[in-house]
Design a protein around this ligand. Structure first.
Ligand code: SF4
Length: 438
């Protein structure tokens, strides 16, 4: 696997003495019992300025770093609210998109304790590729991805069984990174692969070249954008009903349409990205802005924009933008706010695509990801150092988390190892496709 080092030598996120670094505080009863003392201390801080916050955080992060030495790795996703990205970067951790995060444990075997501030499927992807002696921890197990929460294994696998029964091994599952390990394993055992938003078109094209009909999970919009990119006619694409409407039962009419489809889409989506409309794009373009958008957004909005791509693409377009550039970015709110702050220092104007003056609709952040905040980071590191970390924060491949109840279903060891094998096959196939080896 290729090695990626997402953290830049120069800071990517702006820390200014007068700029508060944290999000809206979470209520105390949102914290696990073990984390409440840290939350109480945090809530009692006089302000959220970097100096105040780091003085407090240093008391927990530095002893943990001294204890674990080079074996500790802090990770955060670009979308993290509360500017956890700033904190993680400040303490030498890595900030990346979900694909690069997944490679972190695999590519850095010297890191034995990996602490992730993002959503559960991202931590699980890290765990799938981790070496046996590495442990992966999530600072808040309630941080789930709503797209993934509408594509749990117990929702998808019965439909996948029907499809396999009908199409046999001519069907391959392509699982977007935003899936549990159980769906990545489904992709592995049906001859499919994992994909990311930057390579979904390559992976689906590869599956088609292998003569496969593709079951694409879980994001309907990324699926539609991929189909368009590959020039698939609309009648060759079949979208399953929104899973929120209940159990999916395929009618005879559905089956006829399914038989004509080359791409079958699971009907989940991301609430953060589905709000973008072509009218928003036109609003900013008319004012001289270049519009960039994430492909989890609706197809018609992506088509109206000036550029679409993964989180990494959006960030690198922002980094490449010349002084005086005006960008309207359609993606997660904290990401855009970080770009806005960073851009102001470089003479680049960045706005959120949905934040049109006078409109009641605003761009939102990934609320579930933002359930990781400074007390979660401080508590996780301190409890790990003391050897008292709650087992529920440990992430193993195959875990299914109920983000509402904090209930967790963990596979027996032999099943977990089989899942890891199948899910790795799917991830390795993606890498082989991207590197031109498949
Ligand atoms: S932004 Fe959307 S797709 Fe990304 S983690 Fe949050 S809910 Fe999931």
């Amino acid at each position: 696997m290729r090695t990626e080092t997402p953290s830049s030598p120069t800071p990517r996120f702006l820390l200014q003495p007068e700029l508060p670094v944290c999000q809206t505080d979470l209520p105390l009863d949102w914290y696990q019992e073990e984390f409440k003392p840290y939350a109480e201390e945090y809530l009692a801080l006089p302000n959220r300025r970097p100096e105040t916050l780091f003085r407090w955080l240093d008391g927990y992060v530095k002893p943990a770093q001294a204890h674990f030495g080079d074996g500790l790795l802090l990770l955060a996703h670009f979308y993290m609210g509360g500017e956890i990205v700033k904190l993680v970067e400040h303490y030498g951790g890595a900030v990346a998109d979900s694909y690069q995060l997944a490679l972190q444990a695999r590519n850095r075997p010297e890191k034995r304790v990996i602490v992730e501030s993002a959503v559960h499927f991202m931590a699980e992807a890290i765990a799938i590729l981790a070496h046996p002696e590495q442990s992966v921890w999530i600072t808040n197990p309630k941080a789930g991805c709503t797209m993934e929460m509408l594509a749990k294994d117990y929702m998808v696998l019965p439909v996948a069984d029907q499809l396999v029964e009908r199409y046999g091994d001519t069907l391959a599952t392509v699982a977007y990174m935003n899936t549990s390990g159980r769906l990545k394993a489904l992709a592995g055992r049906t001859g499919g692969a994992v994909c990311t938003s930057s390579n979904a078109h390559q992976v689906v094209a590869w599956a088609q070249k292998c003569g496969r009909r593709v079951f694409f999970v879980p994001d309907e919009h990324l699926g539609r954008n991929t189909a368009h990119k590959l020039g698939l006619a609309p009648e060759r694409v079949f979208a399953l009903p929104d899973p929120r409407r209940g159990q999916i039962v395929l009618s005879a009419l559905d089956l006829e349409r399914l038989d004509r489809a080359e791409l079958i889409l699971w009907g989940s989506s991301c609430g953060v990205h589905t709000i973008f409309t072509p009218a928003m794009v036109r609003h900013w373009q008319a004012r001289g802005y270049r519009v960039l958008i994430h492909p989890e957004s609706p197809l018609e909005t992506v088509l109206a924009s000036d550029g679409a791509g993964s989180t990494n693409y959006l960030w690198s377009e922002f980094e490449r933008a010349p002084r005086g550039a005006k960008l309207a970015i359609g993606t997660e709110g904290h990401f855009v706010r970080n770009a806005h702050q960073q851009g102001a220092a470089r003479g680049i104007e960045v706005v959120h695509l949905a934040e049109i003056p006078g409109s009641t609709l605003g761009g939102c952040g990934c609320a579930t990801m933002s359930r990781n905040d400074p007390p979660h980071l401080a508590g996780m590191l301190d409890l790990l150092r003391q050897g008292r970390a709650p087992e529920i924060n440990r992430v193993l491949a195959g875990d299914v988390m109920n983000e509402l109840t904090m209930g967790r279903e963990r596979l027996p060891e032999s099943e977990r190892l089989e899942l890891v094998r199948e899910a790795r096959v799917a991830m390795e196939r993606m890498i082989a496709v991207v590197e031109g080896r498949a």
